[in-house]
Design a protein around this ligand. Structure first.
Ligand code: NAD
Ligand code: ZN
Ligand code: ZN
Length: 391
């Protein structure tokens, strides 16, 4: 089959690889009808997250048709079922799964020993996302093997196009969880850094969850435009001071809730010396992450506020004003998304027309065009916001 394969830094190719096969009785094989490129894939593209190996298949946002089912998954899935595949692989039975904490499933990471060392306690397996999270082949491919498939799937009805459903795999529940973890109240100002696909979903989620005011921050005009169309007030951080503007918009109090939809690759701007410092350290491989947004959030957040962090960080972060956070009584919420915890509710919202997540798609191309699309998405050329691939 064809698949997008990681060969090293900024080197992803569309290769011919062997078709996946059932390896365990709980597996299923999916014929992928649509998949997408995520901002998290860019961290791998840049080789900022360790433990990728040449030959690894990329991708963790996929959906399609079940074409083969292992004997133990047969009660829950059958050939021909239409499913979206959550990017967090989960067993459905361990202590954490029973609590709904699917992204820290205790069984699905097959490289548990390595992950225990890296994280203190292993996290769940993820599709196409390094050997620290199981080294599972990803879904930017014609076929995908889904481990623990009797649990790890979202059944979706016919008659709704892929484009409306695909993002149940990741970015929609990710934006939703980021907002839900803020415990939004009707008086809240929610500030959201990053208007990429995740930021766009977080903006709509914060509004659906009843925020008084949502403020979105980025520097890319078409992304700010899309944020505004979704109901946010926008700040272009290249043109104005984020901190001054957020204080102005909140009568000097600061936002009650802050959401980081940027993560470890915050932009470098000449006017903010800490961003240059981070970039230098990252290039010298002295630091994995550029945590400018975290610093800005801790500074501007209202006392007793919440900082919610869906943005991915990979290792040690430098110069975090933790004393400021402690004295202001800030609550931090973070995590890879517990996708399945949210998707029954979110599928219902799509079916009822409360939201159509396809608004974020700017490019739909063949799988073979994937390698070029990584660059286009990274460089935000051609007004690119979200790429869907059709294997
Ligand atoms: N927690 C999860 O489960 C999960 C799931 C999906 C994605 N993510 C992470 O969410 C983050 C966003 O993903 P995406 O797909 O939207 O990526 P993206 O790269 O398209 O978007 C990031 C946006 O941040 C903007 N940005 C950069 N520096 C900024 C700054 N200083 N202030 C404000 N905005 C800034 C960029 O211009 C860009 O538009 C990534 O870190 C990704 O890894 C996490
Ligand atoms: Zn993702
Ligand atoms: Zn589990």
């Amino acid at each position: 089959m064809k698949a997008l394969v990681w060969h090293g830094k900024e080197d992803i190719r569309c290769d011919r690889v062997s078709d996946p096969e059932i390896q365990d009785s709980r597996d299923a094989i999916i014929k992928v009808t649509s998949c997408a490129i995520c901002g998290s894939d860019l961290h791998l593209f840049h080789n900022f997250i360790p433990a990728m190996m040449p030959g690894d298949i990329m991708g963790h946002e996929a959906m399609g048709e079940v074409v083969e089912v292992g004997s133990a998954a047969k009660g829950k899935l059958k050939k021909g079922d239409r499913v979206v595949v959550p990017f967090t692989i989960f067993c459905g039975e361990c202590d954490q799964c029973r609590r709904g904490n699917y992204s820290v499933c205790e069984r699905s990471n097959r490289n548990k020993d390595l992950a225990d060392k890296a994280f203190g306690h292993a996290t769940a397996g993820l599709f196409g996302y390094t050997h620290l999270t199981g080294g599972y082949p990803g879904g930017q491919a014609e076929y995908l093997r889904v481990p623990f498939a009797d649990a790890t799937h979202i059944k979706v009805p016919d008659g709704i196009p892929d484009e409306k459903l695909l993002f149940l795999s990741d970015i929609f529940p990710t934006g939703w969880q980021a907002a839900a973890q803020c415990d939004i109240e009707p008086t809240d100002t929610v500030a959201i850094w990053g208007c990429g696909p995740v930021g766009q979903m977080a903006i709509r989620s914060a509004i659906l969850l009843g925020a008084k005011q949502v403020v979105a921050i980025d520097c890319v005009p078409e992304r700010l435009g899309m944020a505004e169309a979704g109901g946010a007030i926008t700040i272009n951080f290249m043109d104005e001071s984020v901190i001054e503007r957020l204080n102005e918009l909140t009568g000097g109090k600061g936002p009650d809730k802050c959401i980081d939809c940027v993560g470890m690759e915050s932009h470098v701007t000449m006017s903010l010396p800490d961003t240059i410092y981070d970039r230098g350290k990252q290039m010298l491989m002295m630091e994995n992450d550029r945590p400018h947004v975290l610093r800005e959030m801790i500074y501007v957040c209202r006392g007793a506020g919440v900082i919610s962090i869906p943005g991915v960080y990979s290792g040690l972060v430098d110069k975090i004003p933790f004393g400021m956070a402690m004295n202001k009584g800030i609550t931090f919420r973070t995590g890879q998304t517990h996708v399945k915890r949210w998707t029954d509710d979110l599928l219902r919202r799509i079916e009822e027309g409360q939201i159509d997540p396809s608004f974020v798609i700017t490019h739909t191309v063949r799988l073979e065009d994937g390698p070029d699309m990584y660059k286009l998405f990274r460089d935000k050329q051609d007004d690119c916001i979200k790429v869907v691939l059709k294997p």
